[in-house]
Design a protein around this ligand. Structure first.
Ligand code: NAD
Length: 523
């Protein structure tokens, strides 16, 4: 249903323009606030129906083996390659990203499809275990990875494809069916890819989308066998509680407040360029964004000047296909209020706003790229997730204080250390309490190495994406033992018991578990 109205209602709010008010919601262009499309909210019974349908198709999908599944996923990869411009257009339209940031979504999917199709079979191959008890070595023991029939993914708005289908590719490779509930702010590009999967490729009916807000997400938790959730800490806790009702396992990728440490011997140009890119990529709307920077006193002023110059030179705007801007719009209008509050709080508490610091006038949801100097931990901008184009910078006495401040947070998602010597940087990195830390580099590298697990400590989550764990989590292990030789009618340890048999067993256990010949023989 197309609509041309530019009503400044919030994205994701039930639309009252439709007959079925309350059962639809509007998806808008963050660049100007206009409505792209209204979508029906999928009620719990519809979610149950969709899950039941893909569940019915899953056994055949699993039985088709890695080679069979790979064929379909590679067709999807080729479809994306052939339609990348349209995919990027759509991402831009519903998210407000600049072109270069929008293009990351398709790049990730292309790489991830190839990566999981190649690595998946290796990481999910049967594993042989040699029984540690010599008397059991006549048994073959193996671990078999069996997919959960239906994986559910609930995703946020900041990466409409990477955090939805991107996280689901290992599930499909493993043999799961997949149902995704995208963010109500950004469901359209994913819907287009799922349409292509079904209609253009005619692929098996094991991938679908359900739309809506909390009730739809909750219903997906009820119906799925495994839930991958990416979003806020608050919703993550709600999802985990709901999953407890059905004992459904969850993997939670939640918020962050990622620190950067800059030591006095660091390459300050690289560090300042990295802070600008790591803080403002995707308009700062990344769980792994650099949100706070701790700089050693002797180089603080020089670093701040370089960062200010860099950020002040960035171009903000809707750049279409031209790659002529670095910073885009805020995807969620709700987020702009949080960003403004953090900046005002810092201003009131005595920080210096060196550049930016305001919401842009006019239609759409735009916040200026902002550098805040002389920040400290009394300010929300250094303590709470800002999730916008804002970088707080704080002066510290030395590297020890920097590490202490970096760890002074309830979050533990990522971080970066910039130091003169990489080895010294690594020593500091090992002291940062977070799931991913980069030395003289940023999370963009860390995230691109798909063999590295990525997940949060503390309030940043439970579980991991990427690495072997990133595909094994979509499986249950089945441990199978099989006799190597034809077994007797009855094992020695089976019924009936007798004093003589139990005596032999005791002597045997002593022989195996005691240390030293005399002790083993009970002498
Ligand atoms: P959110 O928690 O508001 O929403 C996430 C998803 O959960 C949406 O699809 C939403 O509709 C759904 N949802 C809302 N209520 C629900 C409920 N009761 N039951 C089930 N699902 C429900 O998060 P957001 O605002 O979309 O995303 C921003 C947050 O995501 C930030 O905190 C950010 O740090 C985090 N994030 C984390 C990672 C990571 O990998 N750790 C990556 C990106 C974003």
């Amino acid at each position: 249903m197309e609509s041309a109205t530019a009503k400044p209602a919030r994205v994701g709010e039930p639309s009252d323009t439709s007959e079925a008010a309350g059962h639809t919601f509007d998806v808008r262009r963050p660049a100007d606030g206009s409505v792209i499309r209204s979508l029906a909210v999928d009620q719990p019974d519809r979610v149950a129906e969709v899950v039941a349908r893909v569940r019915a198709a899953q056994p055949e999908w699993e039985a088709s083996g890695f080679a069979g599944r790979r064929r379909w996923l590679e067709s999807l990869r080729d479809w994306i390659l052939d339609h990348q411009d349209e995919v990027d257009d759509r991402v831009q339209e519903e998210s407000g990203k600049v072109r270069a940031d929008a293009a990351l979504e398709a790049f990730y999917l292309l790489d991830a499809i190839n990566f999981w199709c190649e690595r998946g079979p290796r990481w999910l191959a049967d594993e042989t275990v040699t029984p540690h008890v010599p008397l059991l070595r006549h048994r073959r023991a193996k671990i078999v990875y069996r997919p959960y029939p239906v994986a559910g993914i609930i995703s946020p708005w900041n990466f409409p494809l990477i955090l939805s289908l991107g996280d689901g590719i290992p599930a499909l490779v493993a043999g799961c069916a997949l149902v995704i509930k995208p963010s109500e702010f950004t469901p359209l590009t994913l819907m287009e890819l799922v349409r292509a999967w079904k209609e253009d490729l005619g692929a098996p009916d094991v991938l679908d989308v359900v739309n809506g807000m909390g009730d739809t997400g909750g219903a997906l938790v009820d119906e799925s066998d495994f839930i991958q959730f990416t979003g806020s800490e608050r919703t993550g806790k709600v999802v985990m509680k709901r999953a407890a009702d059905t004992l459904t396992p969850v993997s939670l990728e939640l918020g962050g407040k990622d620190p950067m440490i800059v030591t006095k011997d660091a390459d300050l140009d690289r560090a300042a360029n990295a802070a600008a890119f790591g803080g403002l990529l995707n308009a700062g709307q990344i769980c792994l964004s650099i949100e706070r920077v701790y700089v050693e006193e002797p180089v603080y002023d020089e670093f701040v000047a370089k960062l200010q110059r860099n950020v002040a030179s960035l171009r903000q705007g809707a750049d279409g296909r031209t790659y002529s801007a670095e910073v885009g719009a805020m995807t969620s209008p709700n987020q702009i209020a949080i960003v403004s509050e953090h900046v005002e709080d810092a201003r009131e508490r005595g920080a210096r706003i060196l550049t930016g610091g305001r919401r842009k006038e006019g239609p759409g949801d735009w916040y200026e790229p902002t550098v805040i100097a002389d920040a400290d931990h009394s300010m929300r901008v250094m303590r709470e997730e800002t999730f916008g184009p804002v970088i707080g910078v704080m002066k510290v006495r030395d590297a020890d204080e920097a590490v202490r401040m970096a760890n002074d947070t309830t979050y533990g998602l990522g971080g970066a250390v910039f130091a003169g010597e990489a080895a010294a940087g690594e020593r500091l990195a090992r002291r940062v309490e977070a799931g991913t830390v980069s030395v003289n580099d940023l999370f963009t590298t860390n995230y691109s190495v798909l063999g590295l697990p990525m997940g949060g400590w503390k309030s940043s989550g439970i579980g991991y994406r990427h690495g072997a764990v990133g595909i094994r989590k979509f499986c249950r292990t089945e441990s199978i033992t099989v006799p190597r030789i034809r077994p007797p009618k009855r094992e020695f340890l089976w019924f009936p018991y007798s004093p003589r048999k139990r005596g032999i067993v005791r002597r045997l256990y002593r022989l195996l578990n005691a240390r030293g010949i005399r002790n083993r023989l009970g002498l």
